[in-house]
Design a protein around this ligand. Structure first.
Ligand SMILES: Cc1cc2nc3c(=O)[nH]c(=O)nc-3n(C[C@H](O)[C@H](O)[C@H](O)COP(=O)(O)OP(=O)(O)OC[C@H]3O[C@@H](n4cnc5c(N)ncnc54)[C@H](O)[C@@H]3O)c2cc1C
Length: 343
């Protein structure tokens, strides 16, 4: 059974199967809608259903409240059409935006690298086999099918845009996680891994504004990709990167960031440790990364921010940035919510 979906105010229509989400159908038709996690948890794809009904049991209460549902709002990443629907896109959508973004495709890849970065974060390299290259923007993510499980999980590329023959992923190993267990115990160099993407709209704007970056844990991945890309462009933009970790042994990518500083002279890197001990020799910033952000930065009107990591860190960082004068429209973020079915 198929239904028609119309996007207003542009009058653009496409078909959507009853068992397909509206976002997936749009992507299949090459239409770029705004979204984040694709799992009904971040709220980036919220839109108003002007006509018709959708089924959206998969949307989390945190991302779509009962009040919003009653007001006719839906999360397009987890809304299935029950009949023909008309959707009113949020203010500020431009028609060109609907046809922007690198094409999404399925790839087969070969696991060619697996290295511990910390006690619980691994660097995974997947070499693309078929097709052999993927165009993507720094900040985007792919989904991988965890070998032998049929489960798909989302991970951001850490390699810069233009480096298109492989995907480098920084993956935090979670207790009992499907991808985590594969990487911990079964993964072997040479394994074949199905991959699809690139997804996401957490991308750099091409202006000249000073940049503030805030990341925690494996949220380093898209930031590393963005910094790598800015370095390749020879960017002179002032960049301050606040990175939060618990202790010295949770820090990684320091040498790579040092090397990037040679190419990005206006890059400041401020790692902050929330559980640093008195005897660990740490002389850098202490406290939550958002506390360090608050202490360190002055007025941020005119600057822009890129935030990536656990949702509580992002929510706290947004409050600080707004209090420092940054416009909400200049704050971009990627919440690393669980992409498992029940996580
Ligand atoms: C856009 C995006 C980009 C991302 N990029 C990255 C990245 O670059 N690096 C990264 O590390 N992460 C990233 N994530 C997060 C990552 O996709 C999730 O953490 C993913 O779920 C991990 O997969 P997993 O298979 O290891 O764990 P899952 O199998 O998804 O499980 C996650 C956790 O939930 C627990 N769990 C699962 N089911 C249940 C249940 N029924 N009851 C109780 N507990 C349960 C598991 O035990 C585990 O601890 C990203 C997420 C998004 C949305």
């Amino acid at each position: 059974m198929r239904h028609s979906v119309t996007l207003q105010p542009f009058g653009l229509s496409f078909d959507c199967a009853a068992d397909e989400t509206i976002l997936a159908a749009a992507q299949r038709c090459g239409i770029t809608l705004r979204y984040g996690c694709k799992h009904g948890k971040c709220g980036s794809c919220k839109a108003r259903i002007a006509e018709g009904m959708v089924d959206q049991e998969g949307a989390s209460e945190a991302a779509l409240t009962g009040y919003e549902r009653d007001a006719g709002l839906a999360l397009l990443c987890s809304a299935y059409p029950v009949e023909d629907v008309v959707i009113e896109l949020a203010d500020g959508y431009r028609e060109e935006e609907l046809s922007s973004g690198p094409p999404i495709a399925e790839y087969s890849a070969r696991l060619s690298g697996l290295r511990n970065l910390t006690q619980d974060i691994v660097l995974v390299r997947l070499d693309l086999q078929q097709p052999p290259a993927m165009a993507f923007n720094s900040g985007q993510y792919v989904e991988i099918e965890v070998p032998g499980t049929g489960s798909w999980r989302a991970f951001s590329m850490a390699n810069p845009a233009g480096d298109d023959r492989h995907a480098d992923l920084m993956i935090k190993l979670l207790p009992g996680g499907v991808a985590s267990e594969y990487l911990r115990s079964r993964a072997r160099i040479g394994d074949t891994v199905a991959l699809r993407g690139p997804y996401g709209q957490f991308c750099l704007s091409l202006g000249t504004a000073p940049i503030v970056m805030v990341a925690g844990g494996s949220g380093m991945a898209p930031i590393a990709s963005m910094l790598g890309w800015l370095a390749r462009q020879g960017s002179r933009r002032p960049i301050t990167f606040y990175y939060g970790a618990r202790s010295v042994r949770d820090l990684f990518w320091g040498d790579e960031l040092l090397a990037l500083q040679q190419q990005l002279p206006a890059l400041r890197y401020l790692p902050a440790l929330s559980e640093s001990g008195a005897d660990d020799g740490w002389t850098g910033e202490r406290g939550l990364v958002t506390e360090v952000l608050e202490r360190d930065c002055g007025n941020l009107r005119g600057a822009e921010a890129y935030l990536c990591g656990p949702p509580p860190m992002i929510d706290a960082a947004i409050v600080v940035l707004r209090a420092k004068g940054m416009f909400s429209s200049r704050i971009r973020f990627d919440k690393f919510v669980s992409t498992g079915p029940n996580g």
